[in-house]
Design a protein around this ligand. Structure first.
Ligand code: ZN
Length: 273
């Protein structure tokens, strides 16, 4: 089984001490490709450095809505200047988070729109984050005619899912679906995602699957747990995990154009020490 973890925050301090072991475990688990999430311009640079020095790794470049308040006149040009790197496969994560509200809503909207426009300009897909922000979030996507994107870590309800699918978006499912309290509705909703629109992700180090036994140290999630999420989704769909693995890998390859992005460079570059 070859899997793609389309969202892992591997620049997070939680991975500072043992990233090489984390990556080795991922590979052993069949997670051969990882897209590292960028959440600020600085962090996006780190994500690129990480991707650039490891086989099978790519990066997104963007500002998470939590950090919208820190954006300034240079932010978009900073993102643009690094987005041309061959390992960069998407703009984001960007979007709206009206759950935590770490940044004022007007700031969040302003910088979400600016990043969405950057994605359109560069022809890169968007890695989208939305929490408790539907329907405003979907309105913005519609008005900008965003079709080339993934709604990462989907946890919403049916109307929100329908809005994304109507736009032709991909939908990312995390270990949230393994949460018997908060994720139960996803067991049914995931059946409504077309086979060519489903993606899998850990969102590591966050969202450790609650039914994972034993629970990892400090409850840190990591890409090696992606097969656990795959199996949960396969059970919900009543379909073989192998089939789903192949489909979701194909979907990730299509959306992020992984066959083009840095693949020749990757073949030439030795594995990092
Ligand atoms: Zn997110």
């Amino acid at each position: 089984m070859k899997l793609v973890d389309i969202g892992a925050n591997l620049t997070h301090a939680a991975f500072g001490a043992d990233l090489d072991q984390v990556l080795a475990r991922a590979r052993q688990a069949g997670v051969e490709t990882i897209v590292v999430t960028g959440t600020t311009p600085q962090d996006s640079r780190s994500a690129i450095d990480l991707a650039d020095s490891h086989r099978g790794m790519f990066a997104t470049v963007g500002v998470h809505p939590h950090h919208a308040r820190d954006c300034g006149p240079d932010t978009i040009s900073q993102l643009k200047s690094i987005a041309g790197h061959p390992r960069v496969v998407a703009i984001g994560e960007c979007g709206l988070d009206f759950n935590r509200n770490y940044s004022p809503h007007p700031d969040q909207e302003k910088w979400f729109v600016a990043q969405a426009e950057l994605g359109l300009e560069l022809g890169l897909p968007l890695f989208l984050h939305s929490r408790d922000a539907h329907p405003r979030f979907s309105e913005i996507l519609k008005s900008l005619k965003i079709h080339n994107a993934v709604a990462h870590c989907f946890t919403g309800e049916r109307d929100e899912l329908k809005a994304y699918l109507d736009l032709g978006l991909y939908v990312g499912i995390t270990g949230w679906i393994c949460d018997e309290r908060r994720g139960k509705h996803l067991l049914e909703l995931v059946r409504e995602i077309p086979r060519d629109r489903l993606l899998l992700e850990t969102d590591a180090p966050y969202l450790t699957p609650r039914d994972l036994k034993p629970q990892p140290k400090a409850r840190r999630n990591e890409p090696a747990f992606l097969p656990h999420i795959l199996k949960a989704v396969a059970r919900a769909l009543g379909r073989p995990a192998e089939e789903l693995a192949a489909e979701t890998t194909r979907n990730a390859t299509t959306l992020f154009r992984l066959h083009e992005s840095g693949s020749s460079a990757a073949a030439q570059r030795p594995l990092a020490a």
